[in-house]
Design a protein around this ligand. Structure first.
Ligand code: FES
Length: 123
């Protein structure tokens, strides 16, 4: 079922946006001007992915930095358990270390169609 999820102007290149379609939580991402839709919640511990980053096709979770290919939903790397140079240690790092043995699942994707200035997802 095709459902309008957002307007094209809502997502700048490199941007992420939460959307809901037919009761499903999604995140929409603009990679090189093409829109992709994947499950909104991280495959590790359900963080909202729209609060993360999109660098090229790589979407990074805001909580423990697992990375996903936004074009396929494939998990490219699991949670980061250490502290990056220059970073402050936060409770998220501790939790990420403790929970790093939790399997990180791939994200389901939804087909996207553009009609006029609207983004439709097939859910
Ligand atoms: S919730 Fe996304 S990496 Fe842990």
């Amino acid at each position: 079922m095709l459902v309008e999820a957002a307007k094209l102007g809502d997502i700048a290149p490199g941007g992420l946006k939460a959307a809901e379609a037919n009761g499903k939580e999604l995140v929409l991402g603009n990679y090189n001007g093409k829109i992709y839709a994947v499950e909104r919640r991280c495959g590790h511990m359900n963080a909202p992915m729209e609060l993360g980053t999109l660098d090229g096709y790589i979407m990074t979770c805001p909580l423990h930095y697992a990375q996903f290919d936004i074009t396929t939903g494939e998990c490219l790397s699991g949670p980061v358990t250490g502290i990056r140079p220059g970073e402050q240690k936060t409770p998220a790092h501790f939790i990420g270390t403790v929970m790093s043995n939790i399997r990180t699942h791939d994200l389901k994707t939804c087909p996207v169609q553009i009609k006029g200035d609207s983004i439709f997802v097939d859910v």
